[in-house]
Design a binder for this molecule. Structure first.
Ligand code: SF4
Length: 367
């Protein structure tokens, strides 16, 4: 039987030892401090670093482990997380597309499922009472704990003194008197605590979650609103280069060499790859998610691509562009002076703001 992604991750990381607790480890200061507070009590902590197209920095894990002395396990939840977003988060989204309450419930439920794999007795989270308006109000913290089914096993050590004692504190497994009373939005107490723990590299406050970033969400929005079933890879492609949409036709255009390379790494079998033949220039990827593109639409995308090639714009003769997917390859020679179809549009944040409310209110998404 194939191993689940989490078990594969455990096997690859070689982390088969047991721990006292599992901690949600985002890489931010609060999550690091909550691990340190447990280590201070001689409890063995394993950090869980969740990864999706929107958050997670797997390439930082080795560094964090060395720098902070905390074992960290990557947990890839991409597919489930995209489903969560598309299904319409039960507790809504924040200013952008961030479903923070559902997200916390999701991560804590996953952590609960993993406790027995490591012989761990409880879960630690770096949430701070009153720090965020949506997910860290007192009621929200209670709701998240209950909905995730972690009432008996969740400790929020940073705000412990302001929260009711947990079974871990009542049983003496965790010494409540050693836990701080951090509440509110300020960062000063966390910075002092970081100094006390001798943390040399203090993570910056920015969370790095793309679902809170308007620019990224404008890129993601057409996938959510126009594609039948976007996959995690689609959200990765949407982060690259210039993004253009013409109805349901989606084109990603490289802005530079790095973009071109990154685009090529995301190419799938049915994608149409556009490349200038005789001149260096941007590469574009058209993702055929709803049927095949017509010849006219491929030509139209080739003309748009030329707008971003200064060499092509200066050329006196038609410039050859190859466009292909699999064995199928077409060659076009648009006139360098041709104007791009104005229906090719870059998704804008305002568009998302207008459509978002209706989308997340659709009856089938409220079930
Ligand atoms: S900011 Fe992003 S990662 Fe953090 S809780 Fe909200 S949705 Fe989840």
């Amino acid at each position: 039987m194939p191993l689940s992604p989490v078990r594969q991750s455990i096997r690859l990381s070689g982390m088969s030892q047991t721990y006292d607790c599992l901690a949600l480890f985002s890489g931010g200061l609060d999550s690091l401090l909550s691990c340190k507070l447990m280590q201070q009590q001689n409890l063995r902590v394993l950090g869980l670093h969740f990864i999706s197209p929107f958050f997670g920095k797997p390439d930082r894990i080795d560094h964090w482990q060395r720098e902070h002395g905390v074992n960290i396990l990557p947990v890839d939840v991409s597919r489930e997380y995209v489903q969560l977003l598309l299904g319409g988060p039960k507790w809504g989204v924040g200013k952008c597309l961030n479903p923070c309450v559902d997200c916390k419930i999701f991560m804590l439920s996953r952590a609960r499922e993993m406790l027995s794999m490591f012989g761990a007795k409880f879960i630690v989270s770096g949430e701070v009472l009153g720090q965020r308006p949506m997910s860290q109000r007192r009621e929200a913290l209670g709701l998240i704990r209950n909905e995730a089914g972690v009432r008996d096993v969740l400790l929020r050590p940073l705000s412990a003194a302001s929260l009711p004692p947990t079974p871990m504190e009542e049983s003496g497994l965790v010494d409540r008197s050693m836990l701080p009373n951090i509440v509110g939005r300020g960062r000063k107490p966390q910075l002092e605590l970081a100094r006390e723990f001798g943390i040399r590299e203090v993570p910056t406050p920015a969370g790095g979650c793309l679902l809170t970033d308007p620019g990224s969400c404008a890129r993601f929005w057409p996938l959510i609103s126009r594609m039948e079933t976007p996959e995690p890879q689609d959200f990765l492609l949407a982060q690259l280069g210039r993004q253009y949409w013409h109805g349901d036709h989606w084109l990603s255009i490289g802005r530079n060499k790095q973009d071109n390379q990154a685009l090529m790494e995301q190419v799938q079998t049915r994608d149409i790859v556009f490349k200038p033949v005789d001149i260096p220039g941007p590469i574009a990827v058209g993702r055929q998610h709803k049927g095949e593109w017509s010849k006219e639409m491929i030509q139209s995308a080739a003309v748009l691509l030329l707008q971003f090639s200064p060499k092509a714009r200066k050329a006196r003769e038609p410039v050859r562009i190859k466009a292909g997917s699999g064995n199928f390859l077409r060659e076009f020679s648009p006139d360098p002076g041709s104007e791009a179809d104005p229906e090719w549009k870059v998704p804008e944040w305002e568009e998302l703001e207008r459509e978002k409310k209706d989308f997340f209110r659709r009856p089938e998404r409220e079930e």
